[in-house]
Structure formats: structure tokens, C-alpha cells
Ligand binder design. Sequence first.
Ligand SMILES: NC(=O)c1ccc[n+]([C@@H]2O[C@H](COP(=O)([O-])OP(=O)(O)OC[C@H]3O[C@@H](n4cnc5c(N)ncnc54)[C@H](O)[C@@H]3O)[C@@H](O)[C@H]2O)c1
Length: 359
Amino acid sequence: MTTSKKILITGNKGYIGSVMAPWFQAQGYDVVGLDTDYYEGCTLVPELADIPTIRKDIRDVTPDDIQGVDAIIHLAALSNDPIGNLNEEWTSDINGKATIRLAEIAKDAGIRRFIFSSSCIMYGMSEASVVDETSPLAPQTVYARSKVEAEESLTQLADDNFSPTLCRNGTIYGLSPRMRFDTVLNNLMGIAFTKGRVTIHSDGTPWRPVVHVQDVSRAFQAILEAPLEDVHNQAFNVGANELNHQVRDLAEIVLRTVPNCEIVMDPHPGADQRTYKADFSKFARTFPEFRFLWNAEKGAQELYETFRKAGLTYEDYVDKRFTRLKWLQHLMDDGLINDELRWTQSAAPEGMKPAVAAE
Ligand SMILES: NC(=O)c1ccc[n+]([C@@H]2O[C@H](COP(=O)([O-])OP(=O)(O)OC[C@H]3O[C@@H](n4cnc5c(N)ncnc54)[C@H](O)[C@@H]3O)[C@@H](O)[C@H]2O)c1
């Protein structure tokens, strides 16, 4: 390890963070997390690693929270389109404005490296057959727009003292303690395993770059340890060209992995036809030594073995704990979070109680 020793990983209790934070810890980094932990209790297997974590809303970060930190990996966000559609303001505030604020605080504190977890989704339904980092951005959703907003502001903050790197991830799959079944390969594997069928609602042609959660963790490490001039104020599509798949190819992979399974084509007009085939040459050029250790076949096999051992049921698969939108809806319905997506007085964990107005 050549660079930063103490790193802050926001969103460390989420799907990616609960794999990435222990990965960095195992590499010798002193990792501190920061997360409001919306998905507390939404754990499948294995258990969450023990990472010292500041339990806090990203919108409330103060300079004290990042004292002594050498670099920041910023994952915390409302992490998909359906949540963005539920309430535009939450996604814009948490993913956009709070990111910018965190970056400004980091820059003021002299923290130079800031790695932002962005998304290839911002290319939208691109006209280009393949999108690279220079392609026009065409965000179609509130979520995608929030990532564009954050990227643009981070880029403006970049200077000799502040080096943001924008990691545009493909769709992520693979086992995580904080499992999600609302990303494409996890979703297809879950339904195939529990129901013996894969239903495709689009026409199967949309492209998805998919990347394993462990490879993403390693890629972020490569970026963190790269010479500054290679990553300063740069966007990278994080993945590899051979990891672009059409949805129907992913379904075929699932079919080959799960015994006695069939594909059901059920196209309907409102189906998700977002398509983006990404060019990952820049990442490959910048990190010639880096190898992606996973592909969709291997990842599907890992999921199959895990589901078998865990005895995953259809009830687990559709359970609110593993679909981000359903869980947040449940927290709201039960009055545990309020209309600003903050813990309510009764539900707030210790240290996060909202202020009670003085009488
Ligand atoms: N999973 C993917 O396929 C994918 C693809 C591209 C980009 N990303 C991005 O990577 C990041 C992590 O994704 P994920 O799949 O782990 O999502 P996730 O929803 O599983 O985890 C997000 C984490 O952020 C925390 N968080 C959310 N709002 C917060 C707030 N206001 N204050 C503090 N913490 C908050 C949540 O509690 C959760 O632990 C996100 O920025 C997401 O947009 C994910």
C-alpha cells in the first residue's frame, strides 16, 4: 500500500459497502464507516463485518466526522431509479447536494482523494452503440440526474488540492451481507432459484454492463492507490468490455446455472428498455495490471451455491429486506422514518435522535 492509510467509506452498511469496507480493512487500511443504516437488519448471509461506523445521515456531516481521514470513498446514496421516482427531492438532496457538501468539507479539511460511486446509468438510452467517458450524458431518471449533478459539481471543485475520481459502475451483482435482489443478475438468479423460471419483461435486447461486487471493491482500491495524475478529476467506466451482456444473455447464463429452469418472455410496453453498452478501455489502459476475477457465469454459480446452502425461499426473494424501495416504504409506513427520510424520534438509534423543539 503506497497511499492513504485512514479512509472513510460512506454507505459502508449497504450492498457494496458491506463487501468493500472489510476488503479495504483486510488490505491494511484503517477504515471508518459513515452510514445512517437504513437497511439495518436486512442481512442475508454472511454476517456484517465489524467496521467502526459513525451512524449519521450524510446530509448532517460535519468537519469533525472526517478528522484525520486521508481519503474518502463515497457510496452513501439512494441507490436506484424506483426510489428516485418515489420522491425526487430525497434523491436530489442525498445523492446530489449532500455529496457536494461532503466534498466541500473534505476539500476544506485538506483531504485530497475523493472517490465517488457513480453509475453508467447516466448514459441513458444512448444513441451511440457503445458509450465511453466522453459520450454525452443522457440521464433519464431522477437517480441518474442526481449522479450527473454530483459529478459536475465534483469536477468544478477539482484543483491542485482536491482530486475527485468518478467511478461509473456497471450494474453490480454477487453475494453481499446486505444483499439486493433489485439488480439484474441477482434478480434473475433469485427468481430462477426459487420459482424455476426467469421472466423477461423487456424484449431481452437491452445491454447491461455487469460487474461483481468484489471486483468493484478491488477496482476502487486500484484507483485509490494510483498515481494522482492518472485519476485526478477523471471519470472511469468501471468494468470490462467482455462484461457487457444483453439481458437475454444473462437469462441464458442463469438457465445454464439453475437446474430445471425456463425462460418466460413476457414483454410489455412499460418494461425497462434502458440500454447501455459501456466501453471500459480507459480503465484497462490506466490499470493494465488489473484483472477482473469474476464474470457473470462465475457470479451466477456463486449465487446458486449460496442460495442452496441458505435454503433461499421465494418469500425471502421477494422480502422487503432485499429490495431497497420496499424497505424504505416499510420504514415510512411504520412511522420509523419521516417525510424527509430521517429516523423519527421513536426509531432513531442512539446519537441520532432528532432535536425536539423547545416548548
Ligand atoms: N448496486 C449497483 O448496481 C450500483 C451500480 C452503480 C452505482 N451504484 C452506486 O454505488 C453506491 C452504493 O450502492 P449500493 O448498491 O451499495 O446501495 P445500497 O442502497 O445497498 O447502500 C447504500 C447505503 O447508503 C446508506 N445511505 C443512504 N442514504 C443515506 C443518508 N442520507 N445518510 C447516510 N447513509 C445513507 C444506506 O443506509 C446504505 O447503507 C450508491 O451510490 C449507488 O448509487 C450502485
